[in-house]
Design a protein around this ligand. Structure first.
Ligand code: GLP
Length: 250
């Protein structure tokens, strides 16, 4: 695991964008795993800039998103599909046929999840999966207690996650209770992982992820077992680490 500590959010985002752009230039038909949340917004902004100013070409890239709320249609402003189109896809030349986002309105969720896993396999697996981290240590919507071998499936959202999400909805009843999420096992099958974290409120999560014992109660800790995992964070998110120098291998 390579931990890269950057001064601030902008530098973290630029470093992450460089890594993604390098992969696209080396392998134009690569498979990228995307995540939502406020953390990757700077990365997406930088990728858009690279597309517009440097001609970074997404036309052959295949994408898979980590998760989506159940019962929230793609056109809903709080859906992850809407988030991805607004904050990245509509600004770059990605081919919509190659974009995959779990469908929160799927009639048969189990069947959909199997299909999603199949599509990832069919695409040749995910080359680079971008991840954020929840304050409770979740990755995607693999909440504490998630099986470390889990595949794409429906998950009940944690109370803390629902509380965190309250700010996006007008009333508490609207906050989704379930999500479709890639499993921990699905994420671990990616050829490389890029976990991003910034800000003081992620410091405990980063400490646990990098230095804590591996446990299903803190799903992000499984990243320690990946053969090619990168964590890029800012100084605030790295502030609780006991061994701290930028670019250290653990
Ligand atoms: C949601 C997503 C996660 C994301 C997390 C962190 O829970 N399902 O994939 O990592 O939010 O969000 P933020 O980056 O806003 O802290």
């Amino acid at each position: 695991m390579l931990v890269v500590i950057k001064k601030n959010y902008d530098e973290m985002s630029e470093e992450a964008a460089k890594m993604v752009a390098d992969l696209i230039r080396r392998k134009p038909n690569c498979v990228l795993g995307f995540s939502t949340g406020s953390t990757p917004l700077g990365l997406y902004k930088e990728l858009i800039r690279m597309h517009k100013e440097e001609g970074l070409d997404f036309s052959k890239v295949t994408t898979f998103n980590l998760d989506e709320y159940v019962g929230v249609p793609p056109e809903h402003p709080q859906s992850y599909a809407y988030f991805m189109w607004e904050n990245l896809f509509k600004h770059i030349n990605v081919d919509p046929r190659y974009v995959h986002i779990p469908h929160g309105m799927a009639q048969d969720i189990e069947e959909f999840c199997e299909w999603y896993e199949e599509r990832i396999k069919h695409a040749g697996g995910i080359d680079l999966q971008i991840l954020g981290i929840g304050a409770n240590g979740h990755i995607a919507f693999n909440e504490p207690g998630s099986s470390l071998g889990s595949r794409t499936r429906i998950k009940t959202l944690d109370e803390l996650t629902k509380r965190d999400n309250l700010r996006f909805f007008t009333n508490p009843e609207e906050v989704p209770k379930y999500a479709i999420t890639m499993g921990v096992g699905t994420i671990m099958d990616s050829k490389a992982l890029l976990l991003l974290a910034n800000g003081k409120n992620k410091a405990d999560a980063i400490k646990a992820t990098v230095e804590g014992p591996i446990t299903a109660l803190y799903p992000a800790t499984i990243v320690q077992m990946h053969r090619k995992a990168f964590i890029i964070c800012d100084e605030e998110a790295a502030s609780e680490l006991s061994r701290k120098y930028s670019g250290y291998l653990s």
